[in-house]
Design a protein around this ligand. Structure first.
Ligand code: MV4
Length: 461
């Protein structure tokens, strides 16, 4: 069995720091890579070594495969952790790492590739026994074919991009006459965004909850799940708040969804940490949506309620270690909530880069802050606007909300606009507090505020 001596982190920001913290705990040396815009970043400061890999844009640096590989070769690392975003779900990058004899910390390239094609993933997961919505078995070939399928499925239907995911390039269709135009716009958008215009059709579920199951698998076919996260609170497919456990899942449903996810992972030869996304409809039926073959932004809520370190597990299984615990060893404790703090206008969600001129990090019992921000830090305009994840843990959901409220109250980030005021308002919302929400929560939240005569602008006060 091999031991990693040194790992390169092919990422930036909070997740790069998060990975470095675990490497330090494991006695593994770390190499940071960074763009010219990230010279003063915490991941550069706290890694054992750092290599500048290119200019400020992601294309020039964090997505630049030759530069990342060159940095790995020069520093002689054993493995690369890709984090999330950037190269995390690039099957090609994983293959290149393998060819260079550098271990890619994630699943096998063929599995990444399969899950990246949503039509293939749907087929594979259906064969592996997961429930999927009625839909097309292959990419659509013509409007005539789609018309026949949509009549069978029944309206409303949804058109999705095969190469999409995360909600990009989707079109909801309520009536037959809208089908042709929706197909054409979806295909055009998909071709422009993903260089692949393939689309497929599926039954559309109204007011679903987005529930995802965290799995851990080793390279010998052992797989367990760490329960669910409820990620229904999002806007324009950007998650805002995640929590574990879901306020609506029964232990019985958790076990059914968890076992279904584990069986499916075994069948596709999955290894490393992964997430299976489900839609849960208003009747309590769940359906496979997508599989994410990476560590996710919202992984901390699962870590809080299970005491697992997901990054540590990823590193162990990538080394070739077997998972040493079984499903019966996983215990769920209390409730955890995460608020994503973005450098954005809380009204318009427009990015708000710039210098942080005053800063206070909340702490105290049950509070975790995953961030790479600090007082005086300049939030660059080139990347994702996530600057911090505020995570709380408590014995009950009620206390977790109270804890989040007080943590948000004392969290200070000045000089830029952030989503902190929006989160403070959501913590007061009666529907959020009752756990009664679907993926339409944010539109309904803004609607309620408008009706109460609270101008949308006051969210930012
Ligand atoms: C759907 C759906 C309703 N019906 N598929 C958006 C993200 C992508 N992973 C899947 N998405 C959806 N797929 C069918 N057949 C509704 C969504 C959806 C959604 C899903 C999860 C979280 C937020 C969402 C917001 C709007 C739409």
């Amino acid at each position: 069995m091999r031991r990693f001596r040194k790992i390169l982190i092919a990422n930036r920001g909070e997740i790069a720091c998060r990975i470095i913290w675990t490497c330090k705990e494991m006695g593994i040396q770390t190499v940071a890579v960074h763009s010219t815009a990230d010279r003063d970043s915490l991941h550069v400061r706290f890694a054992d070594e750092a290599v500048c890999i290119g200019g400020p844009t992601s294309q020039q640096s964090y997505l630049n495969i030759p530069s990342v590989i060159a940095a790995a070769e020069i520093t002689d690392v054993d493995a690369i952790h890709p984090g999330y975003g950037f190269l995390a779900e690039s099957a090609q990058f994983a293959e290149i790492c393998e060819a260079c004899n550098i271990k890619f910390i994630g699943p096998r390239p063929d599995v990444i590739r399969m899950m990246g094609d949503k039509v293939e993933a749907r087929r594979a997961m259906k064969e592996a026994g997961l429930p999927v919505l009625a839909g097309s078995p292959d990419p659509l070939k013509s409007e005539e074919e789609a018309t026949v399928l949509a009549r069978e499925i029944g309206y409303p239907v949804i058109i999705k991009a095969a190469a999409g995911g995360g909600g990009r390039g989707m079109r909801i269709v309520h009536r037959e006459e809208e089908l042709g135009p929706a197909m054409r716009t979806a295909a055009t958008e998909a071709a422009a965004a993903f260089k692949n215009g393939d689309i497929y059709v599926e039954k559309y579920v109204e007011n679903p909850r987005h529930i995802e199951i965290q799995v851990l698998a080793d390279e010998y076919g052992h797989c367990i799940h760490l329960g669910e996260r409820d990620c229904s609170i999002q806007r324009r497919h950007q998650k805002l708040i995640e929590e574990a456990p879901s306020p609506v899942l029964t232990q019985e449903l958790r076990e059914r969804m968890g076992s279904a996810a584990v069986e499916a992972c075994k069948r596709v030869g999955y290894s490393s940490a992964g997430t299976i996304e489900f839609l849960l409809d208003e009747d309590g039926q769940f359906y496979f949506m997508e599989m994410n073959t990476r560590i996710q932004v919202e992984h901390p809520v699962t870590e809080m309620i299970t005491l697992a370190d997901i990054v540590r597990n990823q590193i162990f299984v990538a080394q070739g270690d077997p998972l040493w615990y079984q499903q019966s060893d996983v215990n769920f404790n209390g409730h955890s909530i995460e608020c994503r703090i973005n450098a954005e206008d809380p009204e318009t969600f427009a990015p708000s880069p710039g210098r942080i001129t005053a800063y206070n990090a909340p702490g105290g019992p049950g509070v975790r802050l995953d961030t790479a921000a600090y007082n005086g830090y300049f939030v660059p305009p080139y990347y994702d606007s996530l600057i911090a994840k505020l995570i709380v843990h408590a014995r009950t959901r009620e206390v977790a909300i109270a804890r989040m409220r007080r943590a948000l109250e004392v969290m200070v980030v000045e000089g830029i606009k952030t989503t902190i005021p929006l989160h403070r308002a959501i913590m007061e919302d009666p529907y959020f507090r009752a756990g009664e929400y679907s993926t339409r929560f944010m539109e309904q939240f803004f609607e309620r505020r408008k009706n109460q005569g609270v101008s949308a602008a006051s969210v930012g006060d």
